[in-house]
Design a protein around this ligand. Sequence first.
Ligand SMILES: Nc1ncnc2c1ncn2[C@@H]1O[C@H](COP(=O)(O)OP(=O)(O)OP(=O)(O)O)[C@@H](O)[C@H]1O
Length: 255
Amino acid sequence: MDADLVLETRGLTKEFRGFIAVKDVDLRVRRGTIHALIGPNGAGKTTVFNLVTRFLPTSGGRILYKGRDITATRPAEVARLGMVRSFQISAVFPHLTVLENVRIALQNRLTRDTYRFWKSERCLDRLNDRALDLIESVGLGGSEQQKATDLSYGRKRALEVATTLALDPEVMLLDEPMAGMGHEDIGRITALIRRLAKDRTVLMVEHNLSVVADLSDTITVLQRGQVLAEGSYAEISRDPQVRQAYMGSADAMSH
Ligand SMILES: Nc1ncnc2c1ncn2[C@@H]1O[C@H](COP(=O)(O)OP(=O)(O)OP(=O)(O)O)[C@@H](O)[C@H]1O
């Protein structure tokens, strides 16, 4: 296997009672890149996410993570290996503060790694420092004592990202990170994704084509469960088939 590939699928297929939602998908996600999955509603994007994180069993094909076959691995083990989906662990507790939420996420990771850690007061301080760093890094500095429920939608998503980052994932899967966001939040989350992608790989499903164009190194276009095209935004947006299939119009991809 190519050492550059962090995630690879070969012939990935999913059938729901006779309906083939994902068919023979070969996905190649290179380490350190931002890779977007796009396509019309029902193209199979979310199903691909659910398959690679093992939330859904495959009907056919293989999934390789860092060269290791994870086709039959449990979802929690996949997360432990470093591939984490944003909402997976980051259920945000609405009535806890930003700081408490991030601390809990950090504790989950640390208690798993070394439970004896908790015996030391000094380590608890270090945990606080790490939590404050994470909060700052997602742009929530100053909101540490605010309850999650009182945050705006965009800031709640940023908190979700912070709790996911607490796990220090190597590969982060983001499912429509811009969904429901206003202009200002989109700018902030775009900058955040770019920052967090500096030392990890990001695979995202996103409908906002400006964001996809702006952020992605590679884009895979799905249509009816199959890969229609793959390449940079410039490459796929020149493809007449993509323009036709994705938006039903040859002008649709210029943003
Ligand atoms: N659990 C399921 N049982 C039956 N059919 C399903 C199931 N999950 C998804 N599908 C079908 O599989 C197809 C692909 O769905 P999927 O949600 O992966 O598409 P998507 O590209 O993520 O769409 P969207 O952009 O609307 O979220 C759809 O036709 C959907 O109805």
